[in-house]
Design a protein. Structure first.
Length: 117
């Protein structure tokens, strides 16, 4: 009986962690869209450019702190692929927002800007 209760508690904790990660991704998404839209508007020379999220995920990487490798603290970051379109052109950006950070960074996943001409 104790094993089953423990198993249910572990399962509930894992599901709660997944939900909170998705909530974190969702909470950072408006800033990620804004960063990509501004970058796209500049790159495309189109102030009217619009942005939409194509994909998103929360990523954890192991980071060791201290000379002996004590304390593994996984810094989390939300990663988005965002498409920007306007003035007959399109571009795709990879946007990273660090949890607890001060902003997001947009990088071009493909530096070729597609034209709809």
């Amino acid at each position: 009986m104790r094993r089953r209760t423990f198993g249910l508690l572990v399962t509930a904790a894992v599901l709660a962690a997944c939900q909170s990660q998705q909530q974190q991704v969702s909470s950072m998404q408006p800033q990620a869209i804004e960063v990509a839209q501004k970058r796209g508007a500049f790159d495309l020379n189109c102030p009217a450019a619009t942005a939409q999220v194509l994909s998103n995920e929360m990523v954890q990487t192991n980071q060791t702190v201290g000379p002996m490798g004590w304390g593994n603290f996984p810094p989390q970051r939300a990663e988005y692929t965002i498409g920007v379109e306007g003035c007959g052109k399109r571009a795709t950006y990879y946007v990273i927002c660090a949890e607890g950070g001060t902003g997001c960074v947009a990088a071009g996943t493909q530096n070729t800007i597609q034209s709809n001409n």
